[in-house]
Design a protein. Structure first.
Length: 612
């Protein structure tokens, strides 16, 4: 999703009667039974306003989801986390979507067919007739054209539109940041055009991943007439410059969404989102009438709701150990295990921190760190050697998984399991840190502020493990751990404020470039929180993303992985086969239907879920 940034919900998903990415992280889901009558949904939202999600009466046509993370936005144009994505992907739809559980095969959604012409430099999508938006407006080609042009115009580093801009304009930048003069109105207008009911994309160069990029939730089709009426960009050349890079997280469209999806927004406040079945949906009517998503920070409350049958999907912060030890064998609970993992997470070490608060004294005097503290390879390698991935596997993943050698899912082309992973070695860590900054790190020590997502056990555990090992190595080493809301971590990380924080990614599209470029390239999405600048890696990434020959790409990705490990760029968490606990009255969620590209993290859309 996962896309999605990904950033994400990590933990493990539990589905009780019916989670970054997303999240494409391990997210827990539980099902809550919600009443479908107006009185019960009103009660839920009223109580939520006071900060506590209200209980909802069980019903066969209502799904209740509980999670700890908030929902930053409902605007597809800026949806780039799986917490938001799991809602947006059910309100909106894209031109194409994934075929069942396949990670690569695409099938029509709002498009009925498409063709690649001009040697891959043009794609033509025939749009579906008879589709209505939630407002009652008819979907036309003009809506699709507006949606993609709006994404190109408003493209920011906090949205997933950089990879759309790369494909259509030849640069991930928007008009304000473009140094090459590629982002002009003429270029935007020519890149997406309508020919009657056919949407035409014109690409400056071949992109073998283009169609899969269009399946990303952020490329959903929005109701242009409605958007303009409520104050969004008017879609014209006269005003486009005013909308360039506009922050959309709290946009009018986020407050009043109108998509073509099977569910439409009924109500929303700080603690609860309620969506209802859209009766004019063009496709098969969902079995569910209502979905209630509740923000419940307390882990024990979510878990108890699942076990009581009061929640259909909950975020399970305890992950695999909790599911295997506490849920397996419980009445009414079925376990779905060994699901494909498309989520990567670890710890990023920012080589250029832009925040005086996180720098402390800003010096190597034991009371803080300089902004470029992690630019010394010995610091990075010392931190990596001080982390034990096997303990993470044993304690958090109940023995499932293997140490990772690349910030790329092991389910993706380009990941080579034969390549050795970084080794836990406290003696080596000590030697690296004694050499760091000419001996000053070891002699003077440091104080670092590190953050993890509130309520996420996996994130907190890895940070605590690193803290414990480093502080026991030298009493002058100090790591202050802080738990933050997911939206706060995202906001700070986007501004380069975080020195040591969670690095997570759920795929936007199923291609290794989505991870490798994101994490390792100088212009990648994560660069503002890592400061990585390695021309050798950049060159290999550019070559790998410009060719279609699979063996050549695989060889390049192995070389990139080797170089990245040699430079010590991330503290990587292990691979993690996914597990889900599902109520046995839940239909539509199984090994056969699970697609990890869904931001929902149960691998299915709400429209495909039912209860018996």
């Amino acid at each position: 999703m996962n896309k999605k940034l990904l950033l994400l919900l990590t933990g493990t998903l539990l589905l009780a009667a019916c989670n970054d990415n997303t999240t494409t992280e391990t997210t827990t889901t539980t099902t809550d039974t919600a009443s479908t009558d107006a009185a019960s949904t009103d009660a839920a939202t009223d109580t939520a306003a006071e900060g506590t999600a209200a209980p909802v009466q069980a019903s066969a046509d209502t799904l209740v989801v509980q999670q700890s993370a908030d929902i930053p936005t409902l605007d597809p144009g800026t949806t780039y986390d799986t917490s938001s994505g799991q809602v947006v992907e059910n309100l909106y739809e894209t031109l194409v979507t994934y075929d069942g559980a396949s990670l690569t095969d695409m099938v029509p959604s709002l498009a009925t067919e498409w063709e690649e012409v001009n040697d891959g430099l043009q794609y033509r999508f025939t749009l579906r007739d008879g589709v209505k938006f939630h407002t009652g407006n008819d979907m036309t080609c003009a809506d699709a054209e507006y949606s993609f042009q709006r994404n190109l115009v408003t493209n920011t580093g906090s949205s997933g539109n950089w990879f759309l801009s790369e494909s259509l304009l030849g640069t991930p930048a928007n008009a304000n940041d473009d140094e090459d003069g590629l982002v002009t109105w003429e270029a935007i207008d020519n890149s997406v055009q309508c020919e009657d009911n056919v949407l035409v994309f014109n690409l400056p160069k071949v992109d073998p991943s283009f169609v899969s990029k269009l399946a990303y939730t952020g490329q959903s089709i929005v109701d242009s007439k409605h958007a303009i009426e409520i104050g969004e960009w008017d879609g014209t050349e006269a005003t486009w410059k005013d909308a360039v890079g506009k922050e959309l997280e709290g946009s009018p469209l986020s407050q009043e969404p109108s998509g073509t999806g099977p569910f439409k927004l009924q109500s929303r406040d700080a603690s609860t989102i309620v969506v209802q079945r859209f009766d004019d949906y063009w496709g098969e009517a969902p079995a569910l009438k209502t979905v209630v998503l509740q923000i419940v920070p307390e882990e024990s409350s979510r878990n108890q709701a699942f076990l009581n049958g009061d929640a259909d999907i909950v975020e399970v912060a305890g992950g695999r150990p909790f599911i295997e030890d506490q849920l397996a064998g419980q009445p009414g609970v079925a376990i779905i295990d060994n699901l494909p993992d498309t989520y990567v997470f670890g710890i990023s070490m920012n080589q250029s921190v832009d925040d005086p608060v996180n720098l402390g004294s800003g010096k190597l005097d034991g009371q803080g760190i300089p902004a470029d503290f992690f630019s010394d390879i010995n610091v990075r390698k010392g931190f990596i050697a001080a982390f034990d991935p096997q303990v993470m596997i044993d304690q958090v993943q109940n023995g499932k998984g293997t140490p990772r050698n690349f910030m790329l899912p092991d389910t993706f082309m380009g990941y080579d399991p034969a390549l050795p992973a970084a080794q836990f070695d406290l003696a080596a860590a000590e030697e690296y840190l004694k050499q760091a900054w000419g001996g000053q790190v070891w002699e003077n020590g440091f104080t670092i502020n590190a953050s993890s997502r509130q309520g996420n056990v996996a994130h907190q555990t890895m940070m605590e493990m690193l803290k414990t090992n480093l502080e026991q190595m030298n009493p002058k080493f100090k790591i202050n751990l802080t738990q933050k809301q997911w939206s706060e971590i995202l906001a700070d990380a986007r501004e380069g404020k975080e020195a040591l924080t969670v690095a997570t990614w759920a795929p936007d599209y199923a291609d290794p470039d989505n991870f490798v470029y994101t994490f390792y390239h100088t212009n990648g999405y994560y660069n503002v929180r890592t400061g990585i600048n390695d021309p050798e890696i950049d060159k290999m990434i550019e070559e790998a993303r410009s060719i279609t020959d699979v063996p050549q790409r695989e060889a390049l990705y192995r070389q990139i992985a080797e170089r990245a490990m040699d430079q010590g760029l991330f503290i990587m968490m292990p691979t993690n086969p996914q597990i889900r606990a599902v109520r046995d009255n839940l239909q539509g969620v199984s090994e056969e239907t699970y697609n990890p590209m869904r931001a929902f993290n149960m691998g299915v859309l709400w429209k495909d879920i039912s209860k018996n």
